[in-house]
Ligand binder design. Structure first.
Ligand code: PMP
Length: 427
């Protein structure tokens, strides 16, 4: 314990104050393997939180690919190299054929930054619409969109926020097509407002799974009317796939495919390199070439051979170990387990999600759906004490965030569920 306090003090001295740290009793991790993590005292944790080690912590094939390429060559992209070409070919093959080119970056924030400028290059406008409970990254440009970490000095006049969709408390009070129409009407209002402004309308940027917003179980084709409105107005649809991408939802490789929409630009990050910093932007060649012509973009580290080797190994493992199918199977099993717990614990108001991105919204009473945000914090800390790492998120910060590495098994789900049962029972 004294050691932990010294580490915290050193951290604050060297890295500054207000740097976020999970849990009342922070975890000091020293090792990872598959879905497991170990702390400095040798305690083992089941990782139900981390989506970056997508194919499992320290997957040997990814480690081997990184080591092999790092000991051969690592340079920027101003030389000819097959690595980036082999990767982009494999990556774009997983998209609709209109999305056939890519720019590689190091982070999801950079990818969204590029996507906004692509929309600007194509439309000549800068007005952007995002949801009012989103996060798209940390650059000056994209932090303008993110209501979860509002920018100092407020939002630029070019940003309009629409309500984050919440199927548990649907806009207008009704579900189904009425909910979709009500949301599309909000998007249309925002488009009109931007068209009347000096900025004009360039793009709607959304995570098609609305992960940070609380991963609502949206009605089928929910996004279709809003996307149609964007197209009518000559804007681009940007899908931020940093969270739902790479098969996490189980049903589809990409969140926009699950949502039944065809975006103009897709942005990628977190799981792409299994922890190696790789991000990217996928678009059709016309859009990408308009961007390159307007902005002459270069990224020193983006697309380097080591990053591409890591990212290619992730696609190989995903495919060979059938991890998308595993996400579908284990996710459905675990959600059913949460439903079963809901019969016992009135605190669980709503169980939702898809594949290995799911959770329960905790409420003080089911009729009023009053968010149990503080209790959610206690639950997350209680889970950590018992060796299961998860988080919380959503508009009311009362939904458990369960988003483990993709090799998560039914046995792992059972351990998570029995621990949660124990923690909820002990409240
Ligand atoms: N988009 C979404 C949806 C995210 O959740 C995040 C990170 N949490 C980002 C973009 C930013 O990615 P990065 O931290 O790699 O810049």
């Amino acid at each position: 314990m004294a050691g932990e306090e010294a580490l915290r003090a050193r951290r604050e001295k060297l890295l500054g104050r207000n740097m976020s740290l999970f849990y009342e009793d922070p975890v000091h991790l020293v090792k990872g393997e598959g879905v497991w993590l170990w702390d400095a005292d040798g305690k083992k944790y089941l990782d139900c939180y981390n989506n970056v080690p997508h194919v499992g912590h320290c997957h040997p094939r990814v480690v081997e690919a990184i080591c092999r390429q790092a000991s051969t060559l690592n340079t920027h992209t101003r030389y000819l190299h097959e690595g980036i070409l082999d990767y982009v070919e494999r990556l774009t093959a997983t998209f609709d054929e209109s999305l056939d080119t890519a720019i590689l970056t190091c982070t999801g924030s950079e990818a969204n930054d590029v996507a906004l400028r692509m929309a600007q290059a194509v439309t000549g406008k800068t007005g952007v619409i995002a949801t009012d409970f989103t996060y798209h990254g940390n650059t000056t440009a994209v932090s303008q969109l993110s209501t979860r970490m509002p920018p100092v000095g407020g939002y630029g006049g070019h940003v309009r926020h629409v309500p984050a969709p919440d199927a548990y408390r649907p806009l207008g009070g009704e579900g189904g097509a009425a909910f979709a129409a009500a949301w599309a009407a909000k998007v249309e209002e925002a488009i009109a407002s931007l068209q009347e402004s000096p900025f004009g309308f360039s793009a709607l940027i959304i995570d098609p799974f609305f992960a940070n917003e609380g991963f609502p179980d949206l009605p089928e084709n929910f996004l279709v009317p809003a996307v149609a409105a964007v197209r009518r107005a000559g804007g681009l649809v940007i899908c931020d796939e940093v969270q739902p991408g790479f098969g996490r939802t189980g049903t589809h490789m990409w969140g926009h495919q699950k949502a039944g929409i065809a975006p103009d630009v897709v942005t990628l990050g977190k799981p792409m390199g299994n922890g190696h910093p790789v991000g990217g932007v996928v678009a059709n060649s016309e859009t990408l070439n308009a961007f390159r012509k307007a902005f002459r973009y270069f990224n020193t580290f983006g697309g380097n051979p080591v990053s591409c080797a890591a990212a290619l190994a992730v696609l190989d493992v995903l495919e060979d170990e059938k991890l998308q199918a595993n996400a579908l199977d284990v996710g459905a099993y675990a959600r059913q387990g949460l439903q079963n717990l809901a019969e016992k614990h009135a605190l669980i108001g709503n169980v939702r999600g898809s594949g290995l991105f799911f959770g329960a919204e905790l409420v003080l009473d089911r009729a009023e759906k009053t968010p149990a945000s503080d209790i959610a914090t206690r639950v997350i800390n209680g889970m950590r004490e018992r060796g299961v790492l998860m988080g919380k998120l959503g508009i009311h910060q009362n939904a458990t965030k369960i988003r483990p590495p993709m090799p998560f098994s039914k046995d792992n789900a059972d351990l998570m569920l029995s621990t949660l049962d124990d923690v909820l029972g002990g409240l």
